[in-house]
Design a protein around this ligand. Sequence first.
Ligand SMILES: NC(=O)C1=CN([C@@H]2O[C@H](COP(=O)(O)OP(=O)(O)OC[C@H]3O[C@@H](n4cnc5c(N)ncnc54)[C@H](OP(=O)(O)O)[C@@H]3O)[C@@H](O)[C@H]2O)[C@@H](O)CC1
Ligand SMILES: [K+]
Length: 512
Amino acid sequence: MEIISSVQMRQIEDACLKQGISTETLMENAGRAVAVFARHLLEEQNGCRVLILAGAGNNGGDGLVAGRYLRSWGEKVSIFVPFIDTPKGTTVQGCLEASGDIFAGLAELEEHLADADLVIDALLGTGVNRPLEGIYKEALQMTANVRNTRPEMQVLAVDLPSGLNADTGQADDACLKADFTLSLGIAKQGLFTHRGLELSGAVSVADIGIPPELTTDIQAVLIEKDWAKSVLPVRSPHANKGSFGRVMIVAGSDRYIGAAILAGSAAMRVGAGLVTLALPKSLTGAVASRIPEATYLPLPEVSSGTADNSAARLVLSELGKYDVLLIGPGLGQTGYSARLVTEVLSNLPVGLKVIIDADALNILSAIPDWWLEYKFDAVLTPHLGEMARLAKATTEAVQSDRFGLCQKFACKWGKTLILKGAGTIVTSPQGETLCNPAANPVLASAGTGDVLAGIIGGLLGQGVSLFEAAGLGVYLHSLAAEALRSEIGDAGVLASDLLLKLPVVIKGLKQD
Ligand SMILES: NC(=O)C1=CN([C@@H]2O[C@H](COP(=O)(O)OP(=O)(O)OC[C@H]3O[C@@H](n4cnc5c(N)ncnc54)[C@H](OP(=O)(O)O)[C@@H]3O)[C@@H](O)[C@H]2O)[C@@H](O)CC1
Ligand SMILES: [K+]
């Protein structure tokens, strides 16, 4: 599914106008599609009472058109039109009257909510430009309250739940949670990240007659099963371990031993041929007892669990034999680990695929203009806090524009950037974007980032490109978490539980 911003949507609307397709035509198509969808929902629940909340902009226009169709098909339609006493309200009133019961007061709204089977939320769409207040806010809150007492009443949002920002997924407190969202023409990106994920319900897209040639420039898509299947590495039965890539993982320190175990195991569980863990010498025994299948590069230490300043040279002397380097999980942020990271990244063999994760990201963020020093493309895997440090922004600023900042900085830094969190976003240096439309509390726990980084390393080893490995890694990680959530529940799942699920979800994906 393609996804776009509101600016891109306006550009497409302008292009439609130039081709002689008017906004009225698009709105007619949109309203009809909403009506068809609504009728289907009514049939399913054997209902017939539709309540439409129609705002003063084009989103409201879509709702009014839907009302006209539904009425003509014999449904019982009532329409809340808060702007009816304005000049615009007067001009549209004539055609509205043919559409059924029309009112502007909250008292009547309450009466209609008491027996509505379906609410069509067409108060605000992409044009929302300020906090909700007054009658809009009260109407949405009243609807939400009634929904709590009458869960059988369904809510269908037109284009977006009213009060949701189409670009950022930020939501007004009064935003009405939908059971279904029918996005018009092309799905708006804000539905799939941040609060959009919890507020939009099941999202579908209505064809409103936009000519396909106007959508060819869209660079952002949702990560879906078919895409994931198409980029899964193919495993030949005649292969040997060398065919599935050699992955070097520089990870772990005295306080974060588990990071190396999780990243290394994840790389193997997605099918890497050979994994070598480069970690401080005194930790090797403990880690090897947990992953006997890996090989080890014990690093010289300055003290127990801290690699010394000659460790980078040792790593670099071996790296020529590898296809992939994952650097960062559990390294800590001492001067020694900073030297290890910077020295290795400054002297990489040509052609190596690189993932920079966790503490290695924090180490980079302390270096002014680090991306000018390390010009090669690499997968970067920041969570919110790491992204804020790298981008020199607050976490609120990052969270309030996840798509915008991920795209801006992937291009500026020339890196394949994964911005983790609810609705994880992946952007290539050229601006191609993937979004994983999932939020899972299982993944909000220690060590899950190490598993993701290891998965991506394992996929890169098997020949998947940086961008596709980043997107596929995010998807497999999220599928494994979803499987655990349904088996075990929201709380108490450990990052290490994800590991055994990885081959299972890969097998399932291949068989689907
Ligand atoms: N693009 C396309 O191709 C197509 C788009 N279509 C549809 O158009 C929708 C976008 O329409 P839109 O631009 O008229 O915006 P929309 O969200 O209806 O409302 C904006 C109005 O609300 C106001 N307003 C803003 N914030 C407010 C607030 N907090 N509280 C109260 N009022 C607030 C603001 O007016 P203001 O008061 O700022 O003058 C403005 O009048 C889109 O989502 C889709 O449904 C389809 O018809 C088919 C083709
Ligand atoms: K809406």
